[in-house]
Design a protein around this ligand. Structure first.
Ligand SMILES: Nc1ncnc2c1ncn2[C@@H]1O[C@H](COP(=O)(O)OP(=O)(O)O)[C@@H](O)[C@H]1O
Ligand SMILES: [Mg+2]
Length: 464
């Protein structure tokens, strides 16, 4: 049975609190455990439900919410790795979707009247959600070309209770368009909203607003269709310590409904393709970081999805394993898959991705091919590190005609945007000499994606 969200439910925090209370009862743990879990949840995303007695929880939910909330049916629609990765927030989102929807706030009602005239040109959210059809402005990719389209995707989390409670706007109106066969990079610092976006696009988290279509399936009205078409590899991976890669793969294929023989065939093919055949019967806990990450990705593609979501697939890997992983991703693309990859590594976005979107504080700040984004920043950047006196140096240097733009950066430095670094350096040195300003270093940078990030946000992404 397929259970699909039926619309927004009551305020999520209330449901979350209720769910936590039920969990305390079901697990027999005390309030201290719940408090610890709540604390961890801020670090980890949310409480993972891996150790929960599902049957007991299902009984309690049925008791509490009646037939409207059917945990067994909800779980039946997920694969084993999605179940392992489930959080209280996910479950609360599902429960909310099964409860009667509150009447929409006035703003939503007004917007509802602003739908575009139906010319039948495109059913994508970009066209449907705007007054001017996006295809008329060239913003809507031609049908069949687009694998992911999102429009105004939003998600907030409520952290803390009462007066101390704050709302974290994790994703604030994200519009994306990803073409078939692209390796699309989602680049941003920690906490930018990458994982939250990915979890929404792979149906693990219900959006607060906005729309999305993935491989032609609508996220809101056809989440089961989305799940069939996408593979999702979570940031922390999903393999169990005690099982072998082959067992994992066969189990995953069976969860997707393949016969035993087909599951074995697929597992064997992927073990070969991901260079894992030599370790197939070793337990996952014995693998290196790179090997284990390759098992994660093999699990994500066992059902031959059209779109693969990879959340920070190379985080923590050594440079060699990272390069190996890039090769795997390129191979998947060559086989026709569209790959959406999040990363906070500038080089990864630059070298691996055909196109990228840069996200910061839940909003897209730049989008395009890495080259085009860098070209937008013409000229060179001189990074001047100072020993104090930053404001005096800024005053002197901004008066130089060859300095197009000057920005103060963290750690007592200035970034000077100039047409030619080679010409500018002697002049900069001349101006600072004898001015009383102490300079520690001056470095010439060709524009990088970090410069793009810096230009858009005023901060450096490096080392974040
Ligand atoms: N379940 C949650 N509860 C509360 N806050 C959350 C939750 N998940 C994410 N956040 C917050 O949302 C923001 C975006 O997080 P995330 O999407 O994980 O960022 P990224 O993947 O880019 O590092 C962060 O401020 C994070 O603390
Ligand atoms: Mg993340």
């Amino acid at each position: 049975m397929t259970v699909e969200p039926t619309g927004p439910g009551p305020a999520e925090p209330g449901v979350v609190a209720e769910l936590r209370r039920l969990l305390v009862e079901v697990t027999g743990e005390d309030e201290g455990w719940a408090a610890r879990v709540a604390k961890e949840s801020r670090l980890e995303g949310d409480l993972r439900l891996e150790s929960v007695e599902w049957a007991a929880l299902a009984d309690r939910l049925a008791e509490r919410y009646g037939g409207r909330v059917d945990l067994a049916a909800y779980l039946a629609d997920l694969d084993i790795h999605q179940i392992i990765g489930l959080t209280v927030g996910d479950l609360a989102g599902y429960i909310g979707s099964r409860l009667p929807a509150p009447s929409p706030p006035a703003r939503t009602r007004r917007r509802a009247g602003r739908t575009a005239p139906d010319t039948g040109c495109c059913t994508g959210p970009l066209c449907r959600s705007s007054l001017v059809h996006a295809h008329e402005t060239g913003a809507c990719p031609v049908a069949g070309d687009s694998m992911i389209e999102t429009s105004g995707l939003r998600k907030s989390f409520q952290v803390g209770k009462g007066r101390k409670g704050v709302t974290v706007e994790a994703v604030r109106g994200v519009d994306l368009s990803v073409a078939e066969g692209e390796i699309f990079g989602f680049l941003g610092p920690n906490g930018a909203g990458k994982t939250t976006t990915l979890r929404m696009l792979s149906t693990l988290l219900l959006p607060d607003g906005g729309e999305a279509t993935i491989a032609g399936a609508d996220l809101r009205t056809d989440p089961a269709g989305v799940r069939k078409r996408v593979g999702y590899v979570a940031q922390g991976g999903g393999t169990w310590d005690e099982v072998t890669a082959e067992e994992e793969l066969v189990l995953q294929a069976r969860m997707h409904g393949f016969s035993k023989a087909e599951a074995k065939r697929r597992a064997a093919a992927l073990l070969g393709a991901f260079d894992l055949a030599g370790y197939a019967d070793r337990r996952c806990k014995t693998y290196s970081g790179g090997q284990r990450r390759r098992v994660d990705i093999a699990l994500g593609v066992i059902h031959s999805p059209k779109v693969l979501f990879l959340d920070e697939p190379t985080a923590g890997l050594d440079p060699q394993s990272r390069a190996h992983m890039w090769e795997e991703v390129r191979r998947l693309r060559a086989e026709g898959m569209t790959v959406f990859i999040t990363t906070h590594y500038l080089e990864e976005a630059d070298v691996l991705c055909d196109r990228i979107a840069i996200i910061d504080h839940g909003e897209i700040v730049a989008e395009g091919t890495p080259d085009a984004l860098k070209r937008e920043i013409s000229g060179d950047v001189l990074a001047v590190t100072l020993n104090g006196s930053t404001s005096r140096a800024a005053e002197l240097l901004s008066a130089l005609p060859l300095v197009n733009k000057l920005e103060a950066v963290e750690e007592a430095g200035l970034w000077l945007y100039v047409d030619s670094g080679a010409t500018a350096i002697p002049q900069v040195l001349r101006v600072l000499e004898g001015s009383g300003v102490e300079m520690d270093a001056i470095e010439l940078h060709r524009p990088s994606l970090d410069d793009v990030f810096l230009t858009k946000t005023g901060r450096s992404l490096r080392d974040k």
